[in-house]
Ligand binder design. Structure first.
Ligand SMILES: [Zn+2]
Length: 351
């Protein structure tokens, strides 16, 4: 059993050195060439069992569930055939990452499932949370005939889901509401469609400022007004997470979570950073709603392929599902890390 925590020191280094990380991504000049298969993952292709029943000793030994392990939250921006920066993936790269993750037994879950400690994937699989910032048209493009562009993110995920139904349509789009996904007249229809398909909508402010440069009132206006504009487009849209523009927090950090502008109040459940580590499970003492890290699907230090390789050597730091949505199964050596108040009704099973 792996009991060392050297990986967590590594995780902290990546978060602290976010600027250096971003610089190295620029230097790498390759925004998503897929690495060879590097993680041997033990998984059972079973359906999620909602009936609580303990796993047998043999199953525990085979699956090694660890539902306090780290979760990959992927951060995408543009999907374009000719990338002009390290944050842009080509459609081929986007598809290849899905293929790679699928082969490694990662399965998409919603941000809500992650935050609710209700990750509902088969035993032995690991969750991945897809996120998209900036609401670029290349994320969701409607063709003149009304169909979804097969080369935009939504079209690529739809096609992959059709081939592999176990790869569900889950993810969060952090939108800039005034120009959400280009195609101005289709903004509301696109948000509605995304929700209908199974995706979630998040806050990315109104004008994408560096929040640290704004006063408290302006910070609250940026966040509250973003929620308000989304609600005007599609009334009742649930928005309770925010991705910080440029990963930069306001000076009074708590304002990213809670605040108000005029009569509009907001209460976010999580503040997403721009880099650069896997995220602690929500029941872990290391989870901090003000600083939820994400991983960029790029080569280079602290990019996706770096972390997949890292997790190969630190398998016990990775979230591995027990396949039972109402149960949280963890190895005994991690019991001191559990925040029981965040189990959210899930039965804690220790082995
Ligand atoms: Zn952004």
């Amino acid at each position: 059993m792996i009991t060392n925590f050297s990986g967590h020191f590594q995780l902290r280094r990546c978060s602290v050195a976010a600027t250096a990380v971003l610089a190295s991504l620029f230097a790498s000049g390759c925004a998503g060439t897929v690495a060879p298969r590097i993680l041997a993952h033990i998984a059972l292709e079973t359906k999620v069992d909602s009936t609580p029943k303990p796993l047998t000793r043999a199953e525990l030994k085979r699956i090694h569930p660890n539902e306090i392990g780290d979760v990959l939250i992927l951060e995408y921006h543009n999907i374009l055939p000719h990338p002009h920066d390290p944050y842009t993936s080509t459609p081929t790269q986007f598809r290849d990452v899905m293929k790679l993750l699928y082969s490694l037994h990662y399965r998409p879950v919603s941000m809500s499932a992650y935050l609710n400690n209700k990750i509902d994937i088969p035993a032995g699989d690991s969750p991945v949370v897809y996120t998209f910032d900036d609401a670029d048209e290349s994320q969701y493009h409607i063709l003149p005939g009304g169909g979804v562009d097969p080369n935009c993110a939504v079209g690529l995920m739809e096609a992959f889901h059709k081939l592999h139904p176990a790869w569900r349509l889950r993810g969060t789009f952090f939108v800039l509401p005034t120009n959400a996904f280009g195609q101005h007249s289709l903004r509301a229809a696109k948000i509605k469609n995304l929700i209908k398909m199974g995706y979630e909508i998040g806050n990315h402010t109104v004008t994408h400022p560096q929040l640290s440069k704004l006063g408290n009132t302006q910070v609250q206006w940026q966040i509250a007004e973003c929620d308000h504009l989304i609600d005007q487009l599609v009334p009742g849209t649930k928005v309770n997470t925010i991705a910080l523009p440029y990963g930069v927090a306001p000076t009074d950090r708590i304002l990213a979570l809670h605040g108000r502008w005029g009569s509009i109040r907001y209460d976010n459940r999580a503040v997403l950073l721009a880099g650069a580590d896997p995220a602690p499970a929500v029941i872990s003492r290391r989870f901090n709603a003000l600083r939820v890290p994400r991983v960029q699907p790029v080569m280079g230090v602290c990019g996706l392929f770096f972390w997949l390789k890292f997790l190969k050597h630190h398998a016990y730091e990775q979230f591995i599902s027990d396949g039972i949505a109402s149960q949280t199964t963890i190895p005994r050596q991690f019991v001191h890390q559990v925040v029981k108040g965040r189990l959210n009704g899930s039965k804690l099973v220790i082995y």
